[in-house]
Design a protein around this ligand. Structure first.
Ligand code: ZN
Length: 258
């Protein structure tokens, strides 16, 4: 945690210090490499609750600083609540923007997480990165993978993304965010979306996604508008990661596709 005396006066231009994101649903298993768990056992196990359930982005609690990579900014920093700005075409090839992208990929993979938006490392620019791997998915229960329509996809870097929903179907699942470390809530998302934007070389790209990838895209694009999942969650489902397995309160909607 960053002490109060270390908080930047304005989060907007602050270079983050260290930390991570994530989306999940009930009965999640950790998306973590086994050797990482072994090395960091204390972080994943508590005396009574067994392994801490994690998800899309993984909040690991106390972080140790192993590199000079930026930290993931935590809720409360205004950079997470304010719209990011477009990257100008002439900026895309710059050393600065290319380094921001490289840092984002490293921070996302280090978390580990499946998506990251530039404001999460303190940079108010419209850049997102996302990736989901067979390995990560392998740690989730099969029925959950199926329900979430979760399939692996290669690394995507999208600059100035523009997201549009396709169709009217939506899905309600638990998700979390490395910038709201340690918590989860159910969020309704469109089932199918299309995102247009530029790749890291400034070339136009179009991504059609459904299921879990569509959720990740919506979550990350929301970050660029200064919106966190807690702004959209079904409030009464909000809970700590440790309580993810507890039943939903009476009257809460059931997870699934609608
Ligand atoms: Zn997030």
């Amino acid at each position: 945690m960053i002490g109060i005396q270390q908080l930047p006066l304005t989060g907007k231009h602050s270079i983050p210090f260290h930390t991570p994101v994530s989306v999940t649903r009930c009965q999640y298993k950790p998306i973590i490499k086994p050797e990482f768990i072994t090395k960091n056992k204390d972080r994943f196990w508590s005396s009574s609750t067994g392994p801490v359930r994690a998800g899309w982005f993984l909040g690991l609690g106390e972080k140790k600083k192993v590199t000079d990579l930026p930290e993931i900014v935590q809720a409360g920093d205004p950079v997470l609540n304010e719209p990011a700005r477009d990257v100008r075409p002439d900026e895309i090839g710059s050393e600065r923007v290319q380094k921001i992208i490289d840092d984002m990929v490293k921070v996302m993979r280090g978390a580990p997480g499946v998506g990251l938006a530039a404001p999460q490392i303190g940079i108010p620019l419209k850049i997102i990165v996302l990736e989901d791997t067979e390995e990560y998915i392998g740690y989730a229960p099969k029925e959950e993978i199926k329900a979430q329509d979760r399939r692996s996809f290669d690394l995507l870097v999208i600059i100035n993304p523009n997201l549009q929903k396709k169709g009217n179907k939506s899905a309600l699942f638990f998700e979390g965010c490395l910038s709201v470390d340690g918590y989860r809530a159910m969020v309704e998302r469109f089932l199918d979306v299309e995102v247009t934007g530029l790749d890291r070389y400034g070339q136009p790209i179009k991504v059609s996604a459904s299921g879990w990838q569509a959720r990740i895209l919506q979550h990350e694009c929301d970050h660029l508008a200064g919106t966190l999942y807690v702004d959209k969650m079904v409030k009464r489902t909000f809970r700590t990661v440790e309580n993810l397995q507890l039943p939903l309160a009476n009257g809460c909607p059931k997870p699934g596709v609608r």
